[in-house]
Design a binder for this molecule. Sequence first.
Ligand code: HEM
Length: 235
Amino acid sequence: MGAVLAAVCHVLYGERLGLLQDFVDPEAQRFIDAVTLMFHTTSPMLYLPPALLRHLNAKMWRDHVWAWDAIFTQADKCIQNVYRDLRLQRKSTKEYMGILCSLIMQDKLPLDDIKASVTEMMAGGVDTTSMTLQWAMFELARSPGVQEQLRAEVLAAKREAAGDRVKMLKTIRLLKAAIKETLRLHPVAVTLQRYTTQEVILQDYRIPPKTLVQVGLYAMGRDAEVFPKPEKDGG
Ligand code: HEM
């Protein structure tokens, strides 16, 4: 997870981070733990009203708030470092600047919105990517033939793209399919939630407006009516 966090931070903040560079950095670990706790305490709150938990000052609520505070504090440190570098003009336009820097320079979004979005992206990038990678490795360990094909595809794509990342992303079809299959079998988001705005009629069901609807991604990915051999790769 440390490596994934470092990669996400590189994309968001660019090279000169001055923080989170060391994978065993206790601050990085604290951030990862906070994201994990935030996710763990979010799931029960889909069923138990957060307002009630807040009123009772339940441990789950306190943990949730602590987790978001820790996430924002850590993201804020990274953001401050980028501000400082920008002010001191330490960043050269030649090196990769990071999403945060380019959003500030474009000057189109209010700073608070930039900060909120960057914090969300920093939190969103950790568990999702590291869990998917772990499951992908688990599935690939069972199919060594696919491993070889993937390696060959990535090497060929690298050669052909010659540094053009967009071009490379367009050619790695097998890798994309492997990630999609991993997410079908082991979806990071087990369910998706939405509130309906208007009445929905689906065959035998009538869903009233303002109803919380959960889409069971895990169950759907393993439904034999949709995937003939749901337990198998490429099912
Ligand atoms: C395998 C990887 C990932 C999966 C399966 C995934 C899944 C999802 C899903 C299902 C949502 C929608 C949740 C909802 O609205 O109900 C979501 C939203 C979001 N994800 Fe991811 N995600 C992944 C990786 C990432 C990464 C790498 C980042 C950031 C670097 C990220 C940042 C976000 C953000 C910021 C949102 C909120 C978007 C919005 O509502 O405006 N996610 N993700």
